[in-house]
Each structure stands twice: as C-alpha cells, then as structure tokens.
Design a protein around this ligand. Sequence first.
Ligand SMILES: N[C@@H](CCC(=O)N[C@@H](CS)C(=O)NCC(=O)O)C(=O)O
Length: 202
Amino acid sequence: MKLFYATGTCSLSPHIVLLEAGLPFSMVKVDLKTKKTEGGVDYFTINSKGAVPALELDDGRVLTEGPAVVQYIADQKPESGLAPRAGTFERYQLMEVLNYITSEVHKGFSPLFNPAASAEVKEAAVSTLTKKFDWLSGFLGNRSFLMGNTFTVADAYLFTVLNWTGHVKIDLSKWPVLAAFQARVRARPKVQEALAAEGLLK
Ligand SMILES: N[C@@H](CCC(=O)N[C@@H](CS)C(=O)NCC(=O)O)C(=O)O
C-alpha cells in the first residue's frame, strides 16, 4: 500500500494506523500548494479532490477520505483491534465518533488555517471548537481511549487534529482530559515513529 501524505496534516492519522497495524506500506509526499507529488506527478490524477490522505492499494485502486481509509487499514488486520468487527454495533459507534471528528472538529479548524479568514471569523471558529472540545472531554471522561480501553483508529484521528491546537494557539490544558489523552497517545511507540518520520518530533 502507498499513503499519499502531507506533513502534519490529517494524513498523520492513517500514517499512525498503518504503523499500529504493522502492515507494509510506502509514503509519497504531496505538496498541497502545487498539487504535485514529490516525484512530480499531478496529484489530481491520484485524488481528483486534491486532498490528502489517499491510499493506493497494491492493485492500483485508490481510497480517499480519512475515516474510510483508516477503517480499511484496520480491517486488513482485524486482530489489531484498531476497529471493532464490521457489522457490530460497536463498529457503528466507531463510525459515529469518526464522523464527529471529521465534520465537527477537523473541519472546525479550517478557518484557523485560512490566511484570508478575518480575526472575527477565527474567533468564532475557536468558540465553536471550544464547544466541541467540551463535549469530547465529557465523552472521554475517565476512559483511556474514545472506545474505552482499546486504542482504535478514532484515537489516531483525534490525536492528529488535537495536535493542531498548538499551531493555532488554542491552549489544550484548558481541557485536562484531552491534554492527558494527547500525552497518552503521543507516548505510544508507533505514534512516536510516525511523528519522527514526518519530522514532527521537537
Ligand atoms: N474530507 C477529506 C478532507 C481531507 C483534508 O481536509 N485534507 C487536507 C489536509 S488536512 C488537505 O489536503 N487540504 C488541501 C486541499 O484540500 O486542497 C478527508 O476527510 O479525508
């Protein structure tokens, strides 16, 4: 498998999941400004949406959309426990959380990374994210991970998006549950490996 990624973006989530699953894969860096891969290929020919992540399977098929990509990877290694078995109620609960992260949290950051967004728009985005973080904090409660005691693909995704708080000057220590979650996930050897590979370890 081949993961198309851009450093520190949402593609860090499938990067972590590939490592946690212990599956063989290669990485291809994408320049999101020029939409070219590091090899000079027009990235739109890989993903017509122009966004990372994209996962190219060994047979050449390409899967996009982070929540679908991480579930596909987890299902290649069911014994990893990275996702509850397909068809179970727990699997729908995982999808419920993945959907919340993608639509409410991930995309909630967008105005903060947009140089054209006004200070007012950015302030409103922080205020909206604050409500989402409040909910996530209560949902996590005293559990180690989003689905309970087992690390799943949802944790890789939440870790990835919470990692952006430092860049947009949101102080995660206001949510001790989320700060502790972040530290817990960050300490995992495969997460460290992914961060190191993307040059994100300070
Ligand atoms: N709906 C997509 C969104 C992916 C996305 O927003 N990727 C960002 C990086 S975090 C990106 O590639 N942005 C550049 C672009 O869309 O042109 C998914 O969930 O995978």
